[in-house]
Design a protein around this ligand. Structure first.
Ligand SMILES: Nc1nc2c(ncn2[C@@H]2O[C@H](COP(=O)(O)OP(=O)(O)O)[C@@H](O)[C@H]2O)c(=O)[nH]1
Ligand SMILES: [Mg+2]
Length: 282
């Protein structure tokens, strides 16, 4: 499948004259965000740039500058305590799958990882993570059905500390960013994790589905208000040419992508790299 920019070049080459309004609409449709698109096109229009390749190169370059040069690395464990990572997001964003992929990624680097199934809201979610854990040979902590997720995280943390784990990755229930009580639950989870280590959770990543487009920006806004986010994991970049929302989230909220998901298999997770994101995924 041709990516967004290849299609764009083809389209621009097929036109006798650059249609700036259409180009603007295409970029907005890719969810890049008006704040970045408009000044970029003003500049090109002013230069009266007509060369399709020049235009696309310029756009790519300007999109790449949205992201920090150095990708925020995943924190490393300190003082012999596990680094605790919390994944949050709406239903279906890819949290459970990403927990498994992330655990696999770290385990392949030789880290000792424990997974916590703290989405106790749905039995199926626990089973889903359990299947991944079995398949990937990653230890998993699960609580009782309907156990309070904050207490599942607390007990998982106790086990991770006792067993000298390097990482504890907690899956959480999907929540709508508009539901106040569910957002409160996240605060409670954070508090319970900080009891055994004031620095925990070390990272809270928002998982967003690239195919949901600008709705992902809305989610990021609301989650960020409810709970501090340390980074973004953007999933399903294999599924659409609409992944531009990571640019909009970075621009508006300064939340940087840390990982990108490109499929449903365990190794379809990659540290975020602005260049490959822009070249091949958008
Ligand atoms: N194509 C694709 N599918 C994904 C990706 N990440 C997750 N999924 C799928 O999206 C669906 C929802 O994922 P899940 O982890 O259950 O989402 P959760 O509700 O946030 O926990 C599942 O069918 C996953 O296999 C990805 O990067 N690419
Ligand atoms: Mg889930």
């Amino acid at each position: 499948m041709a990516n967004f920019f290849n299609k764009l070049i083809d389209k621009l080459l097929g036109e006798p004259q650059i249609n700036w309004d259409e180009l603007e609409a295409d970029l907005i449709a890719a969810d890049v965000g008006a704040a970045r698109v408009l000044p970029m096109l003003d500049e090109l229009r002013e230069r009266d740039e007509q060369d399709a390749c020049e235009i696309v190169d310029y756009i790519k370059e300007r999109l790449a500058t949205a992201f920090p040069k150095k990708v925020t690395p995943i924190p490393t464990p300190r003082d012999g305590k596990p680094c605790v990572i919390l994944l949050v997001g709406v239903n279906g964003a890819g949290k459970t799958t990403t927990c498994a992929k992330l655990a696999h990624y770290l385990q392949q680097k030789g880290e000792r990882v424990l997974l916590a199934a703290a989405d106790t809201f749905r039995a199926a979610a626990v089973e889903q993570l359990e299947r991944w854990a079995e398949q990937l040979h990653i230890p998993l902590f699960k609580g009782q059905p309907n156990q309070d997720p904050a207490s599942v995280c607390y007990e998982a943390h106790t086990r991770a500390l006792r067993e000298g784990m390097h990482y504890l990755i907690c899956d959480t229930a999907g929540r709508l960013h508009t539901r106040h009580n569910l957002m409160e639950e996240l605060t409670k989870i954070r508090r319970s994790l900080s009891k055994q280590d004031p620095a925990a959770p070390h990272s809270c990543y928002l998982v967003v589905d690239a195919t949901t487009g600008s709705n992902a920006l809305m989610q990021a806004r609301e989650f960020h208000k409810a709970t501090p986010l340390d980074g973004l994991i953007i999933t399903k970049l294999d599924g659409s040419g609409k992944g531009g929302v990571a640019v909009a989230i970075q621009d508006e909220l300064k939340i940087s992508p840390v990982f990108m998901g490109t499929g449903e298999r365990a190794d379809d997770l990659h540290p975020f790299d602005p260049q490959s994101y822009i070249d091949t995924l958008l």
